[in-house]
Design a protein around this ligand. Structure first.
Ligand code: BES
Ligand code: MN
Ligand code: MN
Length: 455
């Protein structure tokens, strides 16, 4: 044990340099021009798996981006098997000008490493790989059997991973799935996550006349697609913050009294929250507090909206087209396909008859609750307490990891969500970063996890 900690401590500067190499690869999964970088990144991950001592390393091509696999299965038949899952793909970097240092030139400032993917999820994947290495380099063995699966399509909905899981269920069979792709409740407030929201991501395009028109000559008689789109969007949420799509709440599991009591006990400073975000007040569904609204209640948000003239100055035009990307966060037991269908039917119904609408389902994932009494969660709680010196909280989070429910359903293995990120570390935003002390403690916590699970 002391060996392990000393090893991790002594290697901190090497870890940092290696992590920078990982972060330099612009593996943006949604960008077709980055296909080569994605492949290069998969190869980098495979190389790293080899150098830490994993075996049977394979890069599996899929119809999308490759999946990387490696294993170390020498703890014996009676020892549990852990499948660690993470992703090497990252989100786009725009708006580029808001980054203090370039997104793919990792830079340390103030004890934090800044780069796209620093916390989501390359930093956390690398933390896990190094915890395995620490065991192998200090003891020559691991206390449990370990399988590692790192994919390249999480940020675009893990579209090809379900088929991969079904096809390789034997190879991936495990007693526990470990994921480090979530956040702690706050800095110095370690937590394990036991619930994630799902997602339905839709695109709506409203089309009017066959070309852009002079708004003085035609305005008044010809429906304006941008106006029509805006009116559709405002009808999707009512004055109480409730989503108006018929049947939207049918499958929502209400929070129990017990759960609401636990939510009420979590530390949260509303004034500080608003101040940090520079907003006058919070918004959302009537009757729920901020933590409930951001993790246990469904939402509907416009992610982007465009159409017509957006250049500098004024141009009088009645645009031919307008579009919006609209996502809904889902909670148990809502189903992403069901919600996508209900969304499309309702948007068509409320669209003015003077325009055409097109609705596409871009991707989605189902919400998940993970059992909090599994051996894995108990081991993770002990491991976090050892690394952070505090008992971790159990929390639900608002983000989505589409594959979590499928691990539980296809592999029949309970998932442990042991994340070391912070929700203030700008994931998906400019200046994404990862606090280095949490990165290093995360390596210890993960190394302890394997020890605790073997007990
Ligand atoms: N790591 C995040 C999910 C997350 C973030 C969980 C913060 C808990 C706290 C993941 O990479 C992610 O961003 N997922 C996407 C889902 C997807 C289908 C594009 C998301 O939540 O938007
Ligand atoms: Mn992630
Ligand atoms: Mn993400």
């Amino acid at each position: 044990m002391t060996n392990l900690l000393a090893y991790i401590e002594n290697n901190q500067s090497i870890y940092l340099e290696e992590l920078k190499d990982f972060l330099r690869i612009p593996s943006i999964s949604t960008d077709p021009e980055r296909k080569g970088d994605i492949v290069r990144c998969a190869e980098w991950v495979a190389g790293s798996m080899k150098s830490i001592g994993l075996e049977n390393i394979q890069i599996f091509p899929t119809e999308g981006h490759p999946v990387v696999y490696g294993e170390h299965l020498h703890a014996g038949k009676d020892a549990p098997t852990v499948l660690f899952y993470g992703h090497y793909d990252v989100q786009p970097v725009d708006p580029l000008h808001l980054w203090t240092s370039a997104p793919f030139e990792p830079t340390v400032r103030d004890g934090k490493i800044f780069a796209r993917g620093a916390v989501d999820d390359k930093g956390q994947v690398f933390m896990q790989l190094k915890s395995i290495e620490a065991h192998l380099k200090t003891n020559g063995k691991l206390p449990v059997n370990v399988k590692v699966l790192i994919e390249g399509e999480e940020e675009i909905g893990s579209v090809h991973l379900e088929e991969f899981l079904r096809k390789h269920a034997q190879m991936l069979a495990a007693d526990t799935v470990l994921i480090s792709d979530t956040a702690m409740f706050a800095d110095e407030v370690p937590s394990l996550c036991y619930g994630l929201r799902g997602l339905s991501y839709m695109e709506v395009t409203v089309t009017g006349p066959n070309r852009d028109l002079h708004s003085g000559v035609f305005g008044g008689a010809v429906a304006n697609p941008a106006n029509a789109l805006a009116s559709i969007i405002t009808k999707l949420i009512d004055d109480y913050g409730r989503i108006t799509i018929p049947g939207f709440y049918d499958d929502v599991l209400p929070l129990t009294h017990e759960e609401r009591r636990e939510y009420a006990q979590l530390p949260h400073d509303e004034a500080q929250y608003c101040k940090e975000l520079n907003i006058p007040a919070t918004d959302g569904e009537f009757g729920y507090n901020t933590l409930e609204k951001t993790s246990a209640r469904p939402t509907l948000d416009v992610n982007g909206i465009w159409g017509g003239f957006t250049g500098e100055g004024a141009k009088t035009v009645l645009p031919a087209k307008a579009s919006a990307k609209i996502s809904m966060r889902l909670v148990p037991n809502q189903n992403t396909d069901d919600i996508a269908k209900k969304f499309e039917a309702y948007v068509r119904r409320i669209a003015p008859p003077t325009v055409h609408v097109e609705v596409t389902n871009l991707h989605g994932g189902n919400p998940a609750i993970t059992p909090i009494d599994s051996k894995g969660v108990k081991a993770a709680l002990r491991a976090m307490e050892r690394a952070f010196g505090k008992k971790p909280l159990l929390t639900r989070e608002g983000g989505s990891i589409p594959i979590v429910l499928l691990f539980q359903n296809i592999l029949n293995a309970p998932v442990v969500l042991m994340g070391m990120g912070l929700n203030t570390e700008n994931l998906h935003s400019p200046d994404e970063h990862f606090t280095l002390k949490n990165f290093y403690r995360g390596i210890s916590a993960s190394a302890f996890f394997y020890e605790e699970l073997a007990k």
